[in-house]
Design a protein around this ligand. Structure first.
Ligand code: B16
Ligand code: MG
Length: 216
């Protein structure tokens, strides 16, 4: 008998591709401030909190801002981002996600979201996925950013299961590290080259069957 009892899903890059909206909004902010950043630099923002993302972007441009200015810039970016995600539809759910979650729930597994985003509620509502989650832990309820395990430990707690009974699904290196630091199994969504610390790597949830979780 397998010990796996729950699935903890990251949001951006696993359930939906909101990275493209984050990128557009951060780029618009950078351009308004008179600079730009590369797509390669943008990769470093994945899975990282809003405040930390802004700090990184400003450091790439060599800009220093006061706390008040930083708060205003983060709000400006978030307003553009929220404008975009408000237009999201269920068509933007990544391939195989709904089917995998339904299969997991039918197999008796519990499900939770473990995301750094403070906008996860709106995204789950717009995509119609909210009802498939037994618990949501996101940037509104955690203080430490991935690779700290807090978000996933809180997810296990909310589902009343032990960490070793959970599988984390993550697309970011920091997220894979957070899952491992929590003492959980981790399925990386992406490439083996980048996510080699995961227990198993697949291209997307359409390439995975729930029964494979029981062999991890
Ligand atoms: P927000 P995840 C993360 O989502 C994104 O990957 C990251 O780019 C973003 O800065 C972070 O959420 C915070 O998002 O500004 O909406 O609070 O991958 O942890 O689901
Ligand atoms: Mg992610």
């Amino acid at each position: 008998m397998s010990k796996i009892k729950a699935c903890l899903f990251d949001l951006d890059g696993v359930i939906v591709d909101t990275a493209v909206y984050h990128y557009r909004a951060w780029k618009r902010l950078a351009n308004e401030l008179g600079f730009d950043f590369t797509e390669e630099e943008n990769e470093k923002l994945k899975g990282v909190s809003r405040v930390k993302s802004l700090e990184l972007i400003l450091s790439w441009a060599g800009l220093e801002k006061t706390q008040e200015e930083q708060a205003e810039l983060a709000t400006r970016k978030n307003n553009w981002y929220v404008e975009m995600i408000t237009q999201m539809t269920p068509d933007e759910i990544l391939p195989g996600v709904r089917e995998f979650m339904e299969e997991a729930r039918a197999a008796g597994l519990k499900t939770a979201l473990g995301s750094a985003s403070k906008n996860s509620g709106l995204i789950l509502e717009r995509t119609g996925l909210a009802a498939l989650f037994d618990a949501v832990v996101d940037g509104n309820s955690v203080t430490a950013s991935k690779p700290d395990p807090e978000v996933f430990l809180r997810g296990a707690e909310a589902l009343a299961v032990a960490p070793y009974e959970c599988v984390v699904f993550e697309d970011a290196v920091a997220g894979v590290q957070a899952g491992k630091a929590a003492g959980m199994k981790v399925v990386g969504i992406g490439t083996e080259e980048v996510l080699h610390e995961a227990d198993l790597v697949v291209k997307g949830l359409s390439h995975l069957r729930v029964e494979q979780l029981f062999d991890l």
